[in-house]
Design a protein around this ligand. Structure first.
Ligand code: NAD
Ligand code: NA
Length: 399
């Protein structure tokens, strides 16, 4: 078959296996030519390792000097009557192939990270492949839902402001159009459910499960990712439902830090830069900011993608020789370049000019759209998209 990009609103409905492999390969190449991570961990568990920051973590630690073995949990799907399958599914295949070529262990566990059964499956894999212990646990799940235990119901996260409505614009990637939206304030229930889905509870459940099964190695660290952003984005992010969930995650980092102190390890909420991922394009009101931010940071030469952020995180912060640097709230900050004063001054100026007619010219819409397509394996120069691809044999030859 020939696979074409299919986008509905801001959601990709197709993915190209060859392009996903290319995306993984480019990140591997970046890591190999970049200044190495020394003293890195050897046995790494990534929860949410099939795309975005989780995949970049996996690549940085496997293909750099760290040469880590990895177990990754993700929620992805292969081809079915509904379509070709998700990009993360093909990223998993590509990652495993390249990692095994270099002699690394790369275990992909697909299923719901919130469930007990997947936690048990991972603990078994840690026994089998890691001699029973992990050195680093990275929690990088981004989800809209979480099944309630022992029930058919779900908690659903909402992306809404709190206490007031907020207007902003979304950009429909499907039609390249700017859409002005007003988001009503969240109800208390929506706030609570967002904290259930995107807060720290499941991160803590993972670390507890690994402590209880005696799977924590000496010095084991755990990280989860957060976002804070500049004032401009606070109404929709930090002061809204997602921000509440992130504050919960920050608090969880403190309790996990105490628990891991028993193993001479630690826990860190890591604040990253705003980036185009499957998860972030979903946030209404954030896109104009990202278009302006990309434009300004690329011009200033300070732009980073997921892989650049993760390589710098592990090399300069987590596994450098000194103490792990944190701010006054004990957060590990990777958003320093985004929040640079001069950068924000320019971004503010640019955002205030953006509108439905000029966002493609004034903002970095081209870069934004291309990055989105590439997340799904499209828009790579050296992939022949006209070539027939047999999914069945692709999956079998690589798996
Ligand atoms: P992403 O969509 O690229 O990755 C999410 C991962 O979670 C995927 O591997 C997916 O398979 C997995 N996942 C989703 N539901 C799951 C489930 N039920 N069980 C198992 N795995 C599941 O998203 P991302 O942007 O890399 O987000 C990762 C974290 O980084 C999130 O906490 C997000 O808030 C945070 N973050 C993102 C940004 C940004 O701008 N993208 C900035 C700062 C922080
Ligand atoms: Na991720």
């Amino acid at each position: 078959m020939i696979i074409e990009p299919v986008i509905k609103g801001v959601v990709a409905k197709s993915a190209h296996p060859v392009g996903c492999e290319q995306a993984v390969l480019q990140q591997i190449q970046y890591v190999k030519q970049s200044e190495p991570i020394t003293n890195g961990p050897k046995r790494v568990l990534i929860i949410g390792g099939s795309s975005g920051f989780g995949l970049a973590t996996r690549i940085a630690l496997t293909f750099g000097r760290s040469k880590a073995d990895t177990i990754s949990v993700s929620y992805e799907h292969g081809p079915s009557s509904k379509g070709v399958g998700s990009a993360g599914f093909y990223n998993n295949i590509a990652f495993k192939k390249f990692a095994e070529e270099e002699g690394r262990i790369a275990v992909n566990i697909q299923g719901d990270a919130f469930s007990d059964s997947i936690k048990e499956q991972v603990i078994e894999a840690v026994e089998t492949y890691f001699e029973g212990e992990v050195d680093l646990i990275v929690y990088s799940v981004a989800s809209g839902v979480r099944p309630k235990p022992n029930s058919d119901e779900m908690w659903r996260s909402a992306i809404k402001p709190i206490g007031q409505s907020v207007s902003g614009a979304s950009i429909l990637l499907e039609t390249d159009t700017w859409q002005q939206t007003t988001l009503p304030p969240a109800t208390d229930q929506e706030v609570d459910e967002t904290i259930k889905v995107m807060g720290g509870e499941d991160w803590e459940a993972w670390v507890d499960a690994l402590i209880n099964s005696e799977s924590i190695g000496e010095g084991c660290k755990t990280l989860a990712f957060s976002y804070i952003g500049p004032e401009l984005t606070h109404p929709i992010y930090l002061d809204g439902t997602l921000g509440r969930a992130k504050i919960d995650l920050h608090q969880t980092s403190h309790s996990l830090n105490l628990k891991l102190a028993n193993f001479n390890g630690g826990a860190y909420a890591t604040v990253c830069k705003a980036l185009v991922t499957k998860a972030s394009v979903f946030i209404p009101g954030l896109t104009p900011y990202i278009l302006a931010l990309y434009k300004v940071m690329k011009e200033r030469g300070t732009h980073e993608g997921c892989i650049e952020q993760m390589q710098r995180l592990f090399r300069d912060k987590v596994y450098s020789t000194g103490k792990i640097p944190v701010d006054c709230e004990r957060l590990l900050r990777m958003d320093d370049r985004e929040l640079d004063v001069e950068t924000q001054r320019e971004v503010n100026q640019l955002v205030s000019q953006l509108n439905a007619d000029n966002f493609k010219q004034l903002g970095d819409y081209q870069g934004f759209k291309q990055e989105f397509l590439r997340l799904n394996g499209f828009s790579f120069d050296d992939v022949d998209y006209g070539k027939e691809i047999d999914l069945e044999s692709w999956i079998n030859s690589d798996a």
